[in-house]
Ligand binder design. Structure first.
Ligand SMILES: [Zn+2]
Length: 176
């Protein structure tokens, strides 16, 4: 679905040195990101940088395309402890939950999305080791939102359109 940004929110949609998160309609947000063949020092620095940017933006998750890097890397941080996953793959998904989402690449827009309640995700950890992660509730929601980013899918494609609304991000504290 096409998002029309209200005039009073347009100033939030800049990307520059001080606002490194890429906003719609940047093409990188609609592309399929490529696998990370080997986790190198560069990737670890990228992961650390993403965590810094996510925290500064008061986010709970971030995918590499959101900082303009079309590689399969996500950070999931529903609470304070962040999880870095390269090449994340959903191995198992069970149940369903409806909850509100926002996106750091679509600042100001929120709405309800139906996601699995529990997921098992496989991938590589920050050191490049094969691992699996089990997540439920908000962590599962954030992880699925971020994995969608790696496939060029934004939450606005899955949102219940009747629940969409605009609110200034400074009045909210959750976005992915
Ligand atoms: Zn997002």
């Amino acid at each position: 679905m096409k998002v029309v940004v209200p005039d009073e929110y347009k100033y939030l949609y800049v990307t520059d040195d001080e606002h490194p998160i890429v906003k719609i309609p940047a093409p990188v947000l609609y592309e399929k990101a490529v696998d990370v063949e080997r986790v190198t020092k560069r990737h670890q620095m990228l992961a650390d940088n993403m965590q810094r940017i996510m925290r500064a933006a008061r986010g709970v998750g971030l995918a590499a395309p959101q900082i303009g890097v079309s590689e399969r890397l996500i950070v999931v941080a529903p609470e304070n402890r962040p999880t870095v996953i390269f090449n994340p793959k959903v191995l198992k998904a069970e149940g369903s939950q409806i909850g509100e989402e926002g996106c750091l690449s679509i600042p100001g827009l929120y709405g309800d999305v139906d996601r699995a309640e529990f997921v098992e995700i496989g991938g590589l950890d920050r050191k490049g080791r094969e691992s699996t992660w089990e997540m439920d509730g908000i962590a599962a929601r954030v992880a699925l939102h971020e994995i969608d980013h790696l496939d060029g899918i934004l939450f606005t494609e899955k949102v219940d359109p009747a629940t969409l609304y605009w609110q200034h991000p400074s009045e909210k504290n959750k976005a992915e």
